[in-house]
Design a protein around this ligand. Sequence first.
Ligand code: DGL
Length: 266
Amino acid sequence: MNSNPIGIFDSGIGGLTVVREIRRILPNENIVYLGDTARLPYGTKSVDAIMQYSLENADFLISRGAKLIVIACYSSTSVAFDIIEKHLSVPVIGVIQPGVERAIELTKNGKIGVIGTSLTIYSGAYEKAFRRTNERCEVLGKACPLFVSLVEEGWLDHPATELIAQTYLRPFKEDNVDTILLGCTHFPLLMEVFRKIMGSVNYVDASREVGTKVAEELERLALEHGEPGGDLAIYLTDLSMNFKDIGERFLGEPMRNFSRVSLKGK
Ligand code: DGL
């Protein structure tokens, strides 16, 4: 079982930032990644659709022998974490709770801004996680759907991106938030723009915390892979235009072992 892979899924290739972090912290672990590129974006779809897609993604990873599942997609974690956890018998780690815990550690004035896709923000998943963790924080959510397309277009420091970010982030400035949670796979790539607009507030990219959580969980269950390994198999439900260029931007290394998969055929 210990040489079995960690299974990670996302709506597309943005979740490769989580893969990158897990590979940094746990270089021996084998990883199987599924990006549901054929059905993305998730962040603009209904709760029911994303629950169904997420269950199918998790089942695919289990069929590949996953010993632990990481939901690297914030939209999926928002609406499908509970149902996936109930459905599976292996441990499940999402991207919301680890980021919430980190934001609470960092904030001084208790005012936290959360940005994400429309589905993530309107699901109320962050408010729920904050309430569960710390009653005293004031949480301000802002849906920023355009950021996803801007990142995929590679407009990381484009004037249009800056203008849009100014508009989205204005309420955070007015409310004096001191910590911003990046609640979407794509947003860490816009960090420079956020810094330009918001200055030196705290920024939380949960991928680091997720990596640490995975390491702790594997240790707790004695499921670590102690021997050299580190294989990474990437499955995508569609090999769309530019997926490799964009994917490597998220992954931080060449994408070598990738293939297209149809979830129906598994
Ligand atoms: N992966 C999604 C998320 O983190 C962003 C892209 C999408 O909408 O599918 O919410």
